[in-house]
Design a protein around this ligand. Structure first.
Ligand SMILES: [Zn+2]
Ligand SMILES: [Zn+2]
Length: 342
C-alpha cells in the first residue's frame, strides 16, 4: 500500500509498505479516505515532538471505510463509514477503568512508532476506538472531529460554565474549534488572539468568537481586560508560545483557570508566581480526550452546532503531503487545517 512517510525532520516521502493486518479478534482494518494534518505532526516534522519521531507514518485525524473486521467485532461491518479515537489503551489500569483513558500510562497513539498512522492507505484500530461517522458528514468533516474532540475535552478540563468569559490565545485549528465549543456551551465572551488575521476571521465569522485581537500587541492585556469586565474566567493556551502563559496569568480573573493545550516544547516556561497565588489561579493541563468527548464532538459536528468546515482551508492528495506539512507549518495561503486524501 502507499503511505506518506516522515523520512527525517522536514522531509516527507511517498513509500510502498506492507498493508497492516488484523492481529487480534477485536481489531478493525480501515481504508483511509481523509486525514488531517495536526499541530502535533508539525512538531514531528520540526523534530520537537516528545514521542513522534522520524522515520514514522504519521496521521491520527482519520476518517475511512471499514475494510475488514476481526472475529469478535460486533458493532461494525465491512463498508461502514468510520472515524477513530487515536488512542489504543490498556483497558485495565485504574485510569482506563474509570474512563480517563487519555491518561492511561501504557496507551499507544495513532501515527507513532507503536501504531502506524493514517498517512498510510490502511491502518488497524481496536473496535473500542472506532466510531460511526454520521451519514450527513463527509469524510473530510469526519477528519475534523478529532480536533473538535480535543476542544470538547479542553473545555471540560476548564470546567467551563455558561455565562463565563474565555480568552483563547492561539486561534489555529484547535483554538478555532474550541471557540465554537465555548460558544455552544454558553460562554458569554469568547476572545480569540492570534498572529494570523485569517485565523481570527474564521473564529469570529463562523465559530462564535465575540472579540479578536491580532498579536503581537503590547496593549493586548489591557484590551482584553476592557472587553471582559477586568479579566476572563478561563484562559486557553493554544499556541506554541511560552510568553502567552504570562499573558494568561495577567488577564485571568481572581480564581480563574488557565488550561495548557499547546505543547510548549520550545523552552522551559518562566513566569512570576505571585499573581497565581494572590488571584488563586489554577493552571491545568489537557491531553487528547476520552470517549465521552468523542461522542459529544460527533454530536456537535453532525448537528452543525460547531461549523467544523470553518477551519478546513486546504484539501490535497496524499502525494502532496510535503506541501501539506509546509502549509500547516507556515499557515501561508491562508491555511488553517490541511486535509490529505487518498
Ligand atoms: Zn490532532
Ligand atoms: Zn490503561
Amino acid at each position: 500500500m502507499k503511505a506518506a512517510l516522515l523520512e527525517r525532520v522536514g522531509r516527507m516521502a511517498m513509500v510502498d509498505v506492507e498493508r497492516p493486518v488484523i492481529a487480534q479478534p477485536d481489531e478493525i482494518l480501515i481504508r483511509t479516505k481523509t486525514v488531517g494534518v495536526c499541530g502535533s505532526e508539525i512538531h514531528a516534522f520540526h523534530g520537537t515532538h516528545p514521542y513522534r519521531k522520524a522515520p514514522v507514518i504519521l496521521g491520527h485525524e482519520a476518517a475511512g471505510e471499514v475494510f475488514a473486521v476481526g472475529k469478535a467485532v460486533k458493532k461494525f461491518q465491512v463498508g461502514d463509514r468510520v472515524i477513530v479515537d487515536p488512542q489504543w489503551t490498556c483497558g485495565k489500569c485504574a485510569y482506563c477503568l474509570r474512563g480517563d483513558i487519555n491518561v492511561c500510562p501504557s496507551k499507544r497513539v495513532l501515527g507513532t512508532a507503536n501504531w502506524q498512522g493514517a498517512f498510510g492507505e490502511y491502518f488497524v484500530a481496536p473496535e473500542e476506538a472506532v466510531f460511526h461517522l454520521p451519514s450527513n458528514l463527509s469524510y473530510a468533516q469526519g477528519s475534523l472531529i478529532e480536533p473538535l474532540t480535543v476542544g470538547v475535552h479542553v473545555a471540560r478540563r476548564a470546567n467551563l460554565q455558561a455565562g463565563e468569559s474565555v480568552a483563547i490565545l492561539g486561534a489555529g485549528a484547535i483554538g478555532g474549534l474550541l471557540s465554537g465549543v465555548c460558544h455552544t456551551q454558553g460562554a458569554q465572551t469568547v476572545i480569540a488572539a492570534d498572529i494570523k488575521q485569517h485565523c481570527l476571521d474564521a473564529a469570529r465569522e463562523r465559530l462564535g468568537a465575540t472579540h479578536d485581537f491580532l498579536l503581537p500587541d503590547v496593549q493586548v492585556a489591557e484590551k482584553i481586560k476592557r472587553v471582559s469586565d477586568g479579566g476572563v474566567d478561563v484562559v486557553f493556551i493554544t499556541a506554541d508560545d511560552g510568553s502567552l502563559v504570562n499573558l494568561g496569568i495577567e488577564i485571568a480573573k481572581r480564581r480563574g483557570r488557565i488550561v495548557l493545550v499547546a505543547l510548549l516544547t520550545e523552552a522551559p516556561l518562566q513566569f512570576v508566581a505571585y499573581p497565581i497565588i494572590s488571584k488563586e489561579l489554577q493552571i491545568v493541563g489537557s491531553l487528547m480526550s476520552s470517549p465521552a468527548d468523542v461522542e459529544k464532538a460527533i454530536d456537535l459536528a453532525a448537528s452543525n452546532q460547531v461549523d467544523v468546515e470553518a477551519i478546513a482551508t486546504h484539501r490535497l492528495p496524499i502525494e502532496q503531503a510535503q506541501r501539506g506539512m509546509e502549509l500547516a507549518l507556515t499557515k501561508d495561503d491562508q491555511a488553517i487545517k490541511v486535509i490529505l486524501g487518498f
